[in-house]
Design a protein around this ligand. Sequence first.
Ligand code: G
Ligand code: G
Ligand code: MN
Ligand code: NA
Length: 253
Amino acid sequence: LTIQHEMRRALANNEFILYYQPQYDLASGQIVGLEALIRWMHPERGLVPPGEFIPAAEESGIIVPLGNWVIEEACRQNKAWQDAGMPCIPVSVNLSFRQFTELNLTGKVASILEKTGLKARYLEIEITESMTMDVERASKCLKELTELGVNISIDDFGTGYSSFHYLKSLPIARLKIDRSFVRHIQQDTNDAAIVAAIIAMAHNLQLQVIAEGVETQDQLHFLRSHRCDEMQGYYGSPPLSSANVLELLQEKL
Ligand code: G
Ligand code: G
Ligand code: MN
Ligand code: NA
């Protein structure tokens, strides 16, 4: 069986699940968001990470139904947490290029929000810099999504093709500093300068900024002292199952 066939079967058999990684406000320490990250509970191979199937899903086009499933499941779960009395915070989902170029992505997102009952402001969509290369197309699509009330963030910021032009012309709410710049923030003065510059630029453009891949207290201190808004990484929490997210949110109540 090819991986494409396997993924179609897996989608029908509910073998995909979402984990959620908390995002923390650096000033208050509060959890202010959750990034949904897909995993495949394979009957023979166990928990398969996305790096092992997302590329094939993108190549074959299965990413479109799979990605729609991710959006719907994340919205459904977030609404369920809210209905259980948990604090209302946004869930963010990763969008692939193929999904972004689908006709009527906005219509799909709108119907998922309606079906699940989640308010649009509690859904965030993460795109990458490469999706902004066709600024006119991206502009049309992102405008539609933001008119729904969904926030847009730029994932892996700083690693992709970047013209800066899109930053002023697209309705973006947040930059996510790629973890490759955060990793050696203490030892590498270039990385430190880049991270400091991204934070300052984001703020001057009225954008929120979050650092990814934060693993140590020293990294956290650096980010705090440069007034980064939020952080995500193993130092805060690894990605968690939905049951573990509920426990964590309940502890915080
Ligand atoms: O969770 P993990 O660190 O293993 O994720 C690895 C990569 O897979 C990340 O780059 C992440 O953006 C991507 N990824 C995780 N979940 C999804 C998803 O639902 N859709 C897409 N397109 N990519 C995802
Ligand atoms: O590309 P994206 O940012 O969507 O991917 C998030 C990925 O980063 C997930 O696969 C997640 O497991 C991983 N991740 C989350 N926190 C950390 C961290 O602190 N260190 C490292 N190395 N990876 C992390
Ligand atoms: Mn992401
Ligand atoms: Na990233």
